[in-house]
Design a protein around this ligand. Sequence first.
Ligand code: G
Ligand code: MN
Length: 289
Amino acid sequence: MKIKTVLSLSAAAVGVAALLGYREAKRKRQAEPDPQPEQTLDSELEARMQEFMDHDRFPLFIQPVVELATGKVMGGEVLPRLDHPQHGLIYPDVFLKVVNRMNFQEDFDLYVFRKSCAWLSENRGMKSVSVNFSRKTLSRPRIAGLLAGIADEYDLEHADLVIEITEWEKEDHIEVYRENLRQLRELGFKIFLDDFGSGVTSIADLNQCDMDIVKIDRSVLLAAESADGGVILQTLIGMAAQLGVDVVCEGIETEQQEELVRSCGGHYVQGYRYYAPISAEELAEMLAE
Ligand code: G
Ligand code: MN
């Protein structure tokens, strides 16, 4: 892929820039102590969530996923931020809990999916994008048809769109959820199980449908590094392989972690060692070069 050379040349710069942006925002927040406690920010976000969505204040960032053997970019995970008029960029761990509390998951996930489709249709130097979906959204009836409709509006192959099942909370209606996943697969979408090894995502989830990829949570990597010398990581990757599923190891930051993943049989990686999340505009420019 052409993106490979472009990205590897500027990867360090972009990664550092993205991190600096983050630190800058964080430093700014620390320098001017927020007069409002966290709860007040939450209720402010809640009161303005609809406005933020209507005014399209969620810029997309995309973090490339890399094949270890070749260094090639296989696709990218879409990670939205809230561009808050007063507080600057706010991260999903802050605003998603508000989205969840408001029961806004479906509107929000569909909004991000549509935006992701629009971006991908304009940037075909990227093979595919994966979009996070809450289990709540995936438990709503007719979701598969809705997603297919949006993908078709942008003339995208369903196979270039990945539905990433995030943790956050358990599915509402297991039967509807399973049927939706079955339909999504039948329609040709790819399905990744996110955050495996953390929180509510369990081994039982591997049985809910045929997955294309399981994303192993960073916590598994950290545990492997500190204690068991990789037995758990190796076993998880082996188990996935036996189920005919590939694995993406998330949150790789160091060379040692990369070696650990390699020695445990992992093929795909995502993490600051390769690319930080890159703003959709910046990534578009890189792809265009
Ligand atoms: O749960 P999910 O896998 O969707 O979360 C991805 C999150 O992890 C994003 O917020 C992203 O910014 C963050 N992230 C990506 N790469 C790394 C990394 O190498 N280290 C750490 N600590 N976080 C990362
Ligand atoms: Mn994810």
